[in-house]
Ligand binder design. Sequence first.
Ligand SMILES: [Cu+2]
Length: 207
Amino acid sequence: MRNAAVWRQAPAIVAVRAAVLAVLTLLVCSGLALAAGGTVTGKVDATPAKFLEETVVYLKEVPGTYAPKTIGLDQKAKTFLPHVLAVTAGDTVTFLNHDTIAHNVYSPDNETYNLGNFKPEEARTYTYKTAGVYTQLCSLHPEMLAFVFVGQNPYSAVVDKEGHFTIKDVPAGSYTVAVWNSHLKTADKKVAVVGGQTAEVSFSLHR
Ligand SMILES: [Cu+2]
């Protein structure tokens, strides 16, 4: 008789165990979503539109320390590639001359640097200490121009051709979203970021 009672209880125990497991899984998953942060996305319009490509959307003052990265900015066909590069203070940029002629790398802005003249296939690096926008120039070719946006934090994005941007893995919190453009302006906006969710912010740039 005792054995029969145990068999009758067994399905109930299994059901309780499954329910507990489901609740735990839910808690762990929502915890991971919070840890993974949220996304800030949107679109920037520019008047005149020709300046749209020189646009970086970024979050101002996000507390934290960020592991330094190394990112490339090449010179090819007398052009800096990419035209706009967004990095974080402490990051290193590797400049590589992909051309068959010499190039120079310098910036007159913020902490200023001049890496000298590079032979073809030569690479030199520069580590940015101070946040700000650095006009990237070549003293040998006045037509060569790029911009290195150095943020206080990694939560920045260069817009695509249509003005869309996406900033991922943002810690939950309230932030100010700002836009840098080479010629145009727009007011900052506030955004509330929730883990696992996407917040949309759009901007209109003008003179
Ligand atoms: Cu050059």
